[in-house]
Ligand binder design. Structure first.
Ligand code: HEC
Length: 564
């Protein structure tokens, strides 16, 4: 779950948060920020994008992940307690665990594998939730839901399943699409009755603070909450939580609905440990061993003891040997954060890193990076005796480097191949650098220049918009673009505008970007000179931003249409 879409304008303080099974809060922080927080355990320092984890029981704050991400606006835990996040400014969704290696100041940890299918990559996203409700059909249980607020206005639903150490997803359907152009779905959560609640921030203005904070068009009255039901299926009877007996609360942990268990764990954390723990033991002893969910129920019990900061160590050891690897991986996660109580934490991690299952081993690798060199390094050495796949290899490399108090060796950046030489080559490289800055071209048109057609961002590869008239291209970069266009045979409505860059880029920078995109992504066209940008800038001085596509095409018709 997430909350707090406060317009792009203030989003660099991104406020996505969600509690893990112990009640520790995971929260996101956007790019460009440098943060130092005084805590009783020392100063926590962070740079650029990433996540914090705050344990209210221990008053302990960790920079749990420091990743090269723009603005995380969605965190969700699956039923096994594994964290996932949405990058928001980019269309990417990732499993967080591989990136939660001990961070190093100023360095970005490798962020792991992108999970969304190419055809359904949309941005900017906001809010993440897994389907868990008997009110909805059996086959959609566990699906991942994600909202999007520009271009595609709605909620996408993806199937997700285990694939090796990590996961794979496939788009199932667009659960919701709106034709209301101010529809900004930003957050959702399953309610106690099994229905799905959705927050629509409903605003015409969103952006990067290009609108005044007091702009009268800022909409303070149309925010809405929608409730989504499945009419042919009955609702779920809400679980009794507030004021319920401890016995009832423990039995709630068997409910299929994740959110009912989530809220129940919250309630149990507020009760007295001396009252909960004996009853928890009793409850555990009455569980039916033949129940297919037996080990999950036991895991819930372990989480309750963890949430009370009195982790049941006998149960933890049992769960580290569970039959189901999801449970073993979850137990490693518990072990990772309970070193203040579990004296043999390092020995247990050493066993876990020898596990047959690679997800369990990855958890042990990540955990080992946080327990100091002396204890952690032998575990990392042991990890190498088994294969390290794509999900593990970076986590392992980073853990070894950071425990040795050094940064991961960077592979030298390889510039794209181009035949450009001398000054032209310098300009090309400058353009490449600016292109890739967050909020510049890459955010919408993507690293490969293929854009995100599903979200209204057209491609730059193989289009005459890029390789044709220099003047037209310069005008687009300076003034932005709006209105219907056609790119590579696909119509774009032009309701999603292209950012004007006249105030952000100097003449030689505009020329550099134009040169770069005209000679990348398979394109090959003339080099653009700063002098030309200067002339066009002077001509357009004072003209309105957002070139209307109709006007631009009248001035510079597309080459194929004119037979040029
Ligand atoms: C905030 C998103 C965004 C950013 C950032 C952005 N663009 Fe665009 N761009 C768009 C959209 C949307 C359109 C299509 C507008 C329309 O439909 O009228 C577009 C259209 C274009 C086009 C014409 C159509 C095509 O696909 O060839 C070019 C060329 C272009 N952009 C280049 C750039 C360059 C170069 C940069 C960086 C300096 C950049 N854009 C940054 C969103 C963006």
């Amino acid at each position: 779950m997430m909350s707090g879409f406060d317009d792009h304008d203030t989003h660099h303080n991104s406020s996505a948060f969600c509690a893990d099974p112990s009640g520790a809060i995971y929260t996101g922080e956007g790019v460009f920020l440098h943060t130092n927080v005084e805590t009783a355990y020392g100063t926590v320092r962070a740079t650029n994008g990433g996540f914090y984890r705050y344990s209210p029981q221990l008053h302990k704050l960790d920079r749990i992940a420091q990743l090269a991400i723009p603005n995380p606006w969605g965190i969700a835990f699956d039923q096994w307690g594994q964290p996932f996040f949405a990058e928001t400014s980019s269309p990417d969704v990732r499993w967080m665990t591989p990136g939660t290696v001990l961070p190093r100041y100023g360095e970005s940890t490798h962020k792991g594998v992108q999970l969304i299918e190419k055809d359904h990559m949309v941005r900017p996203t906001s809010g993440l939730e897994f389907v868990s409700s008997r009110h909805f059909p059996d086959e959609v249980q566990g699906d991942m839901l994600i909202n999007n607020t520009i271009g595609f206005l709605g909620m996408k639903q993806h199937q997700i399943w285990d694939e090796g150490t990590g996961y794979k997803t496939k788009h199932r359907q667009d659960l919701l699409v709106s034709e209301d152009r101010n529809f900004r779905p930003v957050d959702m959560e399953f309610a106690p009755d099994g229905s799905l609640y959705l927050v629509d921030w409903h605003n015409i203005l969103i952006g990067h603070m290009q609108h005044n904070a007091r702009d009268p068009l800022r909409d303070h009255v149309h925010g809405r909450i929608y409730r989504i039901t499945y009419p042919s299926r009955p609702l779920v009877t809400p679980a009794k939580i507030d004021g319920a007996s401890i016995e009832t609360l423990l039995d709630n942990l068997k409910l299929p609905e994740y959110r009912s268990r989530y809220r129940t764990r919250r309630e149990l954390r507020g009760r007295k440990p001396a009252e909960v723990l004996p009853k928890l033991n009793q409850w555990l002893s009455t569980l039916d061993k033949n129940d297919p969910r037996y080990e999950h129920h036991q895991l819930e019990g372990l989480w309750v003891s963890w949430g009370l900061d009195k982790v049941d160590q006998a149960l933890l050891k049992k769960m580290l040997q569970a039959k189901d690897y999801h449970v073993r991986a979850a137990a490693v996660e518990v072990l990772r954060f309970t070193g203040h109580q579990v004296k043999d934490q390092a020995e247990l991690l050493m066993q876990a890193v020898k596990d047959d299952n690679s997800r369990v081993r990855l958890g042990a690798i990540v955990a080992a990076s946080w327990i100091g060199k002396e204890k952690g390094m032998p575990i990392l050495e042991e990890a190498q005796k088994k294969p390290l796949d794509d999900w593990m290899v970076y986590a392992h490399e980073t853990a070894v480097a950071h425990l040795s108090d050094r940064a991961v060796k960077k592979t030298k950046e390889v510039y794209s191949t181009t035949n450009l030489k001398g000054k032209d080559f310098e300009s090309f490289n400058l353009g490449k650098e600016i292109y890739a800055k967050e909020g510049y071209c890459i955010t919408c048109h993507q690293a490969d220049g293929n854009g995100l057609p599903a979200s209204g961002f057209p491609p730059l590869s193989g289009t005459e918009w890029v390789t044709g008239s220099e003047d037209r291209l310069i005008k687009i970069i300076l003034k932005g673009l709006m209105g219907p266009i056609e790119v590579k045979g696909k119509a774009y409505e032009g309701m999603v505008p292209m950012t004007p860059f006249e105030g952000l880029l100097k003449d030689e920078e505009v020329a550099a970007i134009a040169t770069y995109i005209r000679n990348s992504f398979g394109n090959s066209a003339s080099v653009v000179q700063a002098e030309k940008v200067k002339q066009i800038r002077a001509k357009l001085k004072g003209a309105k931003v957002f070139y209307q596509s109709k006007k631009l095409l009248k001035e510079h018709p597309l080459e194929t249409k004119t037979g040029k």
